[in-house]
Design a protein around this ligand. Sequence first.
Ligand code: ZN
Length: 92
Amino acid sequence: MFGLGMPELLVILVIGLLVFGASKLPEIGSSLGKAIRGFKGAMETKEELPRGEPSKAGGPFCPACGKSHAADAAFCPHCGKAVRPPEKGAGA
Ligand SMILES: [Zn+2]
């Protein structure tokens, strides 16, 4: 892969051991893993952002199906899920 054979990889590994020390390699690996995880998390949040378009349909969006519904609707007209928590103590 990448034009590197096993000998070159071994040399790079040995140089890494010399530079960082054998005890620090696991730390580097774990911090690298954290960085990758953080990067993935950032990607996922970015993908989630453009889901709800700014209220051009005039209403909020159903958390279950993502479609817009009337602002005063208690249930989504598309999937039938309750789109607002039942109001407690406000009436009846
Ligand atoms: Zn819905």
